[in-house]
Design a protein around this ligand. Structure first.
Ligand code: BGC
Length: 870
């Protein structure tokens, strides 16, 4: 891991301090004209603890925080510095109350940079299953492994980026290019993870849609995602609201700016949207080194700085730590704010039961050796046992395999070439079928594309404990397979008319701190095309063989046009990113033990120019990139429908070896929508109260006999009395415009976690019977889309996914009746004037469709009317 952070450190070391170090700046630009993006001030930070489901946790937190010293509270808020422990980051500890250094560590698909873990398939694969149960089960597995390794906060799931930019490097960490798919995927994962006691961390909040220029550097400032209020609510915020509703314990702030105000100190975003409107009760943590200002971020609602370092990592300074202590002593940051930070962090800790026998970290992400430095980032560090090699895998391989298998998406299958038979004569091509010739986990954080592509690269990875390659799995089933693990088509290959060529190709992407084959995270060099001349490999195989199956491992949309219509190309499977179970999950489907049941979590276009011109990856040598979201909510299929562009394969598409019929649809009204706006929100309950007096300066004096580790971040000050003295001087802090300590009236769209609870009243419920009309067992996915009426006064997409359900395994002739619920929010738009969700009264004019993809609709219901099959 070292090279990554060191490179950031070195970069930061040469930065002019004004670029990163804006300790007093709040990044709130004044509006030059009405068209300029602007993030209004929103102060003060709302306190947590007013929700009844968090009451017990807050009570426990209160009894501890009430008795903590200033240093102890600050210690909870600030990381001890990069490389100052086993995890990606760790807070200070409070031994007096049994609170250890909290370990915050990646990743959303498994515990990163350790051993004896499971490498689950990433989010995009999970999304493609359209299976809520598997989403939850994988979350449980992730949580159990985090707990088993002693990770307090597992840094996932990711529901941002949302796939606005098809080339964006980290789309694969999330669940798909649709807010509802992301929202359900994220919420199920959170519930699963937190059921084990691990704290989930929903990220990246918000607008982190491309990798390049996400952070500040010598020549440029992180870009500004300029998102209007409606687009924010109806698209990008949606999955975060679902995650908050699922009681997520923490939220990670994105690197970039939102509307020209850095997310980590954007008061409107954190105080206003997240904590007040969405009623978030947990704590807000920076992305790594995304902390840009001390007082400004505290006032804007940030609760934790990770990994704690200031402008220049590894220099032993922080925007918080001793500086937060100072700002409390001199009265700049209200004591109330610090009490709220500490309460939120501890409430999440108590709520998940981490005060009861939660393991300490037993691994080190810095080394594989048993013994090593305890604080590798320190100038002089003691050593000790750092790796205990605890096996946390349990039987999670079963879930990992089920997810990878049930995600596999069959795009085409002419003449029912699939499934293959054991005695088919197979010729297998492509390095993507094999192993990495340099060895398993041969490159750090998967920063290379060799062998079968199991995940993208970057912090969203974990090591593969083992890998079953497609080659091994196929060889295990078929004695009639010949393997050509090469991306150049071997000219010597003989093809007989019975032969079936199976060609493996892939497309990779990842996080910006690694560049792979010219792609700096985002797919700038490869575009949406297969890597390693994959298109040529397929064409060459199609030239020689009359039956070709193409298997694709990909991070996202990929252009298939060079070969998809060639006559020999009979079958195409997208196997997404399968994690450790790449081989067996594939052969389960390839040889017919399971029918494919995955569906595309994004659209596959004919060409990249089919996307809106505003969604390309932006690059610019100087100055801050402004990224206006001019396409609004018209992302992915919403855009294709609006512009009447035919996709190659639509969102939600996925064939099976069997077929399904949808019958007997009906719609019933559960909660009548008597009014356009939801009933008034519940009022806010009380929050814990604490004395507001400034604590004695002595509370942050260096303790006697402390064995100080050089560069480790502590909360202490050399001369605390002088900090306190400033409180009584005439010096005042230049508070941001609009700063206030008077609480704002509670926003009308709020009222519970996620927003006004009435938004989740089930307005309608659709029932439909799904029957397997084919000859093989299989599982169908019913996808529910709404078309909202013009009477809402806004242009809305003609179809929006709002719900889905997957059948159990249905034998031939077998049926299952599925119920798909539609909430008030599902049929609402965000009213930017009223600042609330506005629904069609009585659902009038709302059309509800159910189908197997956004373009394969089988059922049409009129709310208040009848349903028909299509
Ligand atoms: C990534 C986060 C990750 C963090 C810690 C950052 O670079 O954006 O997603 O959790 O590093 O590794």
């Amino acid at each position: 891991m070292a090279p990554r952070w060191l490179s950031i450190a070195l970069l930061a070391a040469v930065l002019p301090s004004c670029t990163l170090a804006t300790p007093m700046g709040d990044h709130l630009e004044t509006r030059a004209s009405n068209d300029d993006p602007f993030s209004p001030p929103y102060y003060p930070a709302p306190n947590g603890g007013w929700r009844s489901n968090w009451a017990e946790a807050y009570q426990k937190a209160h009894s501890v925080v009430s008795n903590m010293t200033l240093a102890e509270k600050v210690n909870l808020t600030t990381g001890t510095g990069i490389y100052m422990g086993p995890c990606a980051g760790q807070t200070g500890s409070v031994p007096r109350f049994g609170i250890p250094n909290l370990c915050l560590h990646d990743s959303p698909l498994g515990v990163r940079n350790t051993d004896h873990n499971t490498a689950f398939p990433p989010g995009i694969t999970v999304g493609a299953t359209f299976d809520k149960h598997l989403m939850y089960e994988r979350g449980v597995g992730l949580g159990e492994e985090a707990r088993g390794k002693g990770v307090n906060v597992l840094l996932g799931p990711s529901v941002g980026p949302m796939g606005r930019k098809p080339r964006g490097g980290r789309n694969w960490e999330g669940f798909g290019f649709d807010p509802v798919l992301q929202g359900i995927g994220g919420a199920q994962t959170i519930k699963g993870m937190q059921s084990t006691g691990a704290i989930a961390c929903l990220k990246h909040f918000i607008g982190n849609e491309q990798e390049m220029h996400r952070m500040s550097s010598v020549v440029t400032q992180g870009y500004s995602s300029n998102i209007d209020d409606r687009t924010l609510h109806e698209f990008y915020l949606w999955p975060f609201a679902e995650g908050v509703r699922a009681e997520v314990g923490s939220v990670m702030i994105a690197y970039n700016d939102l509307n020209k105000s850095a997310c980590s100190q954007n008061s409107k975003l954190i105080n206003g949207v997240l904590k007040d409107e969405l009623g978030f009760q947990g704590f807000v943590v920076t992305d790594w080194l995304a902390h840009l200002g001390g007082v400004s971020s505290a006032l804007a609602g940030l609760d934790m700085s990770m990994p704690g370092d200031g402008a220049i990592p590894l220099f032993g300074d922080s925007y918080w730590g001793p500086e937060l202590s100072r700002s409390i002593l001199n009265g700049t940051v209200p004591v109330e704010r610090l009490n709220d930070m500490a309460s939120r962090i501890l409430a999440a800790w108590f709520k998940m039961g981490q005060d009861q026998d939660y393991p300490l970290p037993n691994f080190s992400s810095n080394t594989e050796d048993e013994k090593g430095l305890l604080y590798p980032g320190a100038l002089f560090s003691p050593s000790g046992i750092v790796n205990q090699y605890v096996n946390v895998q349990a039987d999670h391989d079963i879930t990992a395999r089920a997810v990878a298998r049930d995600a596999i998406t069959l795009l085409k299958n002419e003449g029912d070439l699939l499934p293959l038979r054991r005695n088919d004569s197979l010729k297998i091509f492509g390095t993507d079928a094999g192993s990495d010739p340099k060895g398993l986990n041969s490159c750090a954080d998967k920063g290379c594309n060799r062998g079968v592509l199991t995940m993208g690269w970057g912090s969203g990875t974990s090591k593969l404990p083992y890998l079953i390659t497609p080659q091994e799995a196929i060889a295990n089933i078929s004695s009639m397979a010949e393997f050509y693990i090469t991306d150049s088509f071997p000219s010597s290959v003989e093809a007989s008319s019975d032969d079936i060529a199976v060609v493996f190709i892939n497309s990779d992407s990842g996080e910006n701190f690694i560049t792979v084959d010219g792609n700096p995270g985002d797919r700038t060099a490869s575009g949406l095309h297969a890597w390693h001349n994959g298109d040529d490999l397929v064409k060459a195989a199609a030239n020689r063989f009359s039956q070709v199956v193409v298997v694709i491992h990909t991070v996202g949309p990929i252009i298939l046009e060079e070969w998809i219509d060639l006559d020999p190309v009979k079958a195409v499977l997208i196997a997404h990113l399968p994690g450790q179970e790449a081989g067996y999950s594939l052969t389960d489907v390839l040889f017919g033990a399971h029918s494919p049941s995955g569906h595309l979590p994004y659209t596959i276009p004919y060409q990249e120019s089919n996307y809106p011109s505003s969604v390309g990856v932006l690059q610019q040598p100087f100055g801050q990139i402004q990224d206006p979201y001019t396409e609004g909510i018209y992302i992915d299929y919403r855009h294709f429908l609006k512009e009447g562009i035919k996709p190659r394969y639509p969102f939600g598409h996925g064939l099976s070896y069997t077929s399904f019929e949808f019958s007997n649809p009906s719609i019933s009204i559960l909660t009548p929508l008597n009014s356009a706006y939801p009933p008034s929100r519940p009022s806010k309950g009380p929050t814990p109260s604490y004395p507001t007096t400034i604590p004695p300066a002595s509370e942050v004096a260096w303790p006697k006999n402390l064995n100080r580790i050089w560069r480790y971040l502590y909360p202490y000050l050399d001369n605390p009395e002088s900090a306190a003295a400033v409180a009584n001087s005439s010096k005042t802090y230049p508070y941001p415009d609009g700063y206030s300590t008077d609480p704002k009236p509670p926003p009308r769209a709020g009222g519970a976690e996620g927003g006004n609870p009435a938004l989740w009243d089930i307005a309608f419920s659709v029932q439909v019977t799904v029957t397997n009309t084919g000859r093989r067992p299989g599982r169908a996915v019913a996808q529910l889309y709404v078309d909202l009426p013009d009477s809402l006064g806004l242009d809305t997409p003609s179809r929006q996914l709002r719900q889905f359900e997957k059948t159990k395994m249905l034998g031939p002739g077998e049926s299952e009746t599925l119920t798909l619920d539609v909430t008030r929010k599902d049929v609402s738009v965000w009213d930017v004037v009223v600042q609330d969700w506005k629904a069609a009264v009585a659902g009038e004019g709302v059309r509800v469709y159910v189908g197997e993809s956004v373009l394969d609709l089988r059922v049409d219901c009129e709310v208040g009317g009848r349903c028909s099959t299509l």
